[in-house]
Design a protein around this ligand. Structure first.
Ligand SMILES: [Fe+2]
Ligand SMILES: [Fe+2]
Length: 278
């Protein structure tokens, strides 16, 4: 069994500040890291699906080094539209992923047990939308061909599918058909892990499933077709757990960062332990 946790959109800021003057994103990220560290079944790896910092200022990666450095398992970051790809690479230069396969991009492959993880960098300097260069699509093709049918997970910050939130869909991945052409040639891609939308969303794409993780920070107000509300809210942060077995493939669980009262025994069960959590 392989378990991959996915946290997304940390939007870290300089210590002592709040994101947008309101959200204590550094504290929320610390809580997300703690929630992953104390899971009963420790994940084999954590994918951090972009927007690691908020300001695109390389200096803010000092905060990311501090917070992500607390993870008790390997982690794999992506560059999002709020990131600074070369700053992110430099901040984690002692990690193997810093040897990016495409210059100036955070684009790499890594093994998580039997699974091949392929990380792409869809960030575009000073723009909110995403793009993938020909070089990155070639890199993906090479990686998936070399994986020789081995299970693979692709990670890219900008989703290649519309979610129904028109304000955000404008800023998704441009030319998704180019990514679809590569993915559809390989039946071993179990998931495409994305962030950016600050909501948990699942969708079909090129014969596989896109899993857009909720944010570890603020969420985006739910707004579907016809509703152009565009703003963030303080809904509870959450993350994904992607569980893979050779027999059954991949399932994805949605998990909350905060703890809530429970577990309580069902009335028909004999309570062996009284509820211990508030
Ligand atoms: Fe974000
Ligand atoms: Fe983003």
């Amino acid at each position: 069994m392989i378990l991959i946790a996915q946290i997304s959109d940390l939007h870290l800021v300089s210590e002592g500040k709040r994101c947008y003057g309101l959200v204590d994103t550094n504290e929320l990220a610390r809580r997300a890291v703690d929630a992953i560290n104390r899971l009963n079944r420790r994940p084999d790896a954590v994918v951090v699906s972009g927007d690691i910092i908020d300001t695109a200022k390389a200096a803010d990666y000092a905060v990311a080094q501090d917070i992500l450095g607390e993870l008790e398992m390997p982690f794999f970051p992506l560059s999002g539209n709020h990131d600074h790809s070369t700053g992110l690479k430099a901040a984690f230069s002692d990690h193997p992923f810093s040897a990016s396969s495409v210059p100036d991009r955070l684009c790499y492959g890594a093994d998580v047990g039997a699974i091949r993880l392929v990380v792409l960098d869809s960030s575009v300097s000073r723009a909110p939308h995403g793009e993938l260069s020909e070089a990155q699509l070639s890199f993906l093709e090479q990686e998936l061909s070399a994986s020789n049918g081995r299970p693979a997970v692709v990670a890219v910050h900008h989703p290649p599918i519309p979610t129904g939130n028109r304000s955000m869909d404008k800023f998704g991945l441009r030319r998704p058909s180019e990514l679809a052409a590569v993915i559809s040639r390989h039946s071993n891609v179990l998931r495409i892990l994305c962030g950016h939308c600050h909501r948990g969303v699942l969708g079909s794409f090129a014969g596989t499933m896109v899993a857009i993780a909720p944010a570890a920070s603020h969420q985006l107000e739910l707004a579907l077709d016809g509703d152009d509300t565009f703003g963030f809210n303080l809904e509870p942060p959450a993350f994904f757990l992607h569980r893979w077995t050779r027999a059954h493939g991949m399932t994805t669980q949605f998990a909350m960062v905060e703890r809530y009262p429970g577990p309580f025994p069902f009335p028909w069960e004999k309570p062996s332990n009284p509820p211990s959590r508030e």
